[in-house]
Design a protein. Structure first.
Length: 295
């Protein structure tokens, strides 16, 4: 019963749709299911062909009810799928819009912060420039009050030519100061090259002290001369009377045998050399022989 009611409602909707689509057709103008023409009266022969055509169309619609039901059953799922896809696209667009809004908000915040920081830096630079100008003016005032007064008279001027006389004066003073520096350095170098004066001599000593110092100097000089003389003399004999701790070295005699004469050199134990008179040959010979003998 429920299925028949559903089909009747569906048929009614289809008929209503057909009436809506063919609102201005000749059949709607001449035939109406609610009009008095169908209320228990017979159709005229002129109305019968159109009524048959309408019935034929109704039969075709009824035959296609199952396919229509299939279409109406699948359409909501397709529509839902499309709606979900469009919803996802809309959500993605909304997320992009939110990100863009966040980026714009962050950019505006950063721009405001940059403007504030720029303003602070500009103020700080102005303060530093004023401090530097004050320090320079204080240095000039402490060094040269005349130049500082000239600067105070010209610092508010807007004409660049007005500063030329002061610049010329400063350049001339700079040249003079450089020359003065060179003069001072040259003078200092000359002073450093001057030899130092010898220290003053001590006061003269009394006559007794002079004699004692002369005697001591003479004794010292005599000792030095004796030491030199002793060093020059050959020490063949020990200075003391004590016996020598070392055994005497063997004496070595050098014979030079030639064709005409023979010479001899003897070395003692103490290192002294005693040379006998030597007559050198007038002419060297190949047969000369040099040999040593130990005694």
């Amino acid at each position: 019963m429920d299925g028949g009611g559903r089909q009747s409602r569906l048929l009614g909707r289809l008929l209503g749709k057909l009436r809506g689509e063919h609102r201005y057709s000749a059949l709607d103008k001449n035939i109406s299911f609610t009009s008095a023409g169908y209320s228990g009266q017979y159709l005229t022969p002129e109305q019968l062909p159109e009524f048959c055509n309408q019935l034929h169309h109704l039969v075709e619609v009824i035959r296609n009810i199952q396919s229509y039901a299939k279409i109406t059953g699948e359409y909501p799922s397709e529509l839902e799928r499309r709606l979900e896809q469009e919803a996802r696209e809309v959500a993605a667009l909304a997320a992009e819009a939110r990100n863009a809004r966040d980026v714009v908000t962050r950019t505006r915040t950063q721009r405001r912060a940059l403007h504030v920081q720029r303003k602070e830096l500009t103020t700080h630079l102005v303060a530093l420039r004023e401090t530097e100008i004050r320090e320079l003016e204080n240095t000039v005032r402490m060094s040269d009050r005349k130049l500082f007064k000239s600067w105070e008279a010209l610092k508010d001027s807007s004409d660049p030519v007005a500063f030329d006389p002061l610049l010329d004066e400063i350049r001339n003073k700079q040249a003079a100061l450089e020359c003065l520096v060179r003069l001072i350095e040259g003078r200092r170098s000359r002073i450093s090259r001057v030899p130092l004066r010898p220290p003053p001599l001590p006061p003269p000593l009394p006559q007794e002290e002079i004699e004692e110092s002369c005697a001591g100097r003479k004794r010292h000089e005599s000792r030095r001369s004796n030491c030199k003389r002793r060093r020059k003399e050959p020490r063949s004999v020990p200075l003391s009377n004590e016996p020598s701790r070392h055994s005497p070295l063997p004496q070595v005699t050098l014979y030079i045998q030639g064709s005409e004469c023979t010479s001899r050199y003897r070395v003692g134990s103490a290192g002294a050399v005693a040379i006998t008179p030597l007559d050198l040959p007038s002419r060297a010979s190949v047969r000369d022989i040099l040999f040593f003998t130990a005694q």
